[in-house]
Design a protein around this ligand. Sequence first.
Ligand code: 5GP
Length: 120
Amino acid sequence: AVSAYDPENIFAKILRGEIPCKKVFENEWALAFHDIGSKAPVHVLVIPKKPYVSFVDFSARASEDEITGFTRTVGHVATALGLDEPGYRLISNVGPDSGQEVPHFHVHLLGGRRLGALVS
Ligand code: 5GP
């Protein structure tokens, strides 16, 4: 079961402009901004504008337009950051076992260096 969306989570506050962020890109589908606790030379978070708790929620409830719009935006941001050729990693944590901290669906875009093993 997926818990209800908490409109007071930190990314909801960022989307409402109540908390600042270092914005990388924004369109109708998504907002991309630098992670505050950067784990790589490039560490950007891409979040949908609409409220989804995690990928479980997003994949089940988002419209095809939203899924396409969001997915293409993630790709566009990676390209714009110059990551396509050296490569990068996409991660989305889902639920307690993953260590998901913020209950608003987000994709981590990590790059700018050779990344280590996926799971630790
Ligand atoms: P999760 O563990 O939920 O997948 O990742 C949450 C991410 O959000 C973490 O990497 C953390 O550094 C980042 N984060 C948490 N609070 C803030 C914030 O207020 N601003 C920004 N830019 N990033 C945040």
